[in-house]
Design a protein around this ligand. Structure first.
Ligand code: SF4
Ligand code: SF4
Length: 85
């Protein structure tokens, strides 16, 4: 599992759950997602991410989601599971 953080938000990916269907890749309005050499979800660059949750809603295997930190700052405390709004 890997978390890409900007401010109080994070995009979290869990490649072990990913089956490589690419639904999220084609749905992302910022085109920042891709499948790596192993056919698993990966993030090109996090800066353009607007944390819209489209990838989260598209993924049938809960392998990518957005989390909001409970406290803002450089080391936010992450929520568990698929996160809260
Ligand atoms: S939250 Fe939105 S912009 Fe960010 S990776 Fe997912 S679909 Fe793309
Ligand atoms: S939608 Fe889910 S299972 Fe499909 S490529 Fe994206 S992260 Fe992997």
């Amino acid at each position: 599992m890997q978390a890409y953080k900007i401010g109080s938000y994070a995009l979290v990916v869990e490649p072990k759950r990913c089956k490589g269907c690419a639904l999220c890749v084609y749905s992302c309005p910022k085109q920042i997602l891709f499948l790596n050499g192993s056919g698993k979800i990966a993030v090109k660059e996090i800066e353009p991410c607007i944390f819209c949750r489209i990838c989260e809603m598209r993924c049938p295997d809960f392998a990518i989601w957005v989390e909001k930190a409970l406290t803002p700052g450089p080391s936010p405390v992450m929520t568990h599971g698929r996160g809260v709004a």
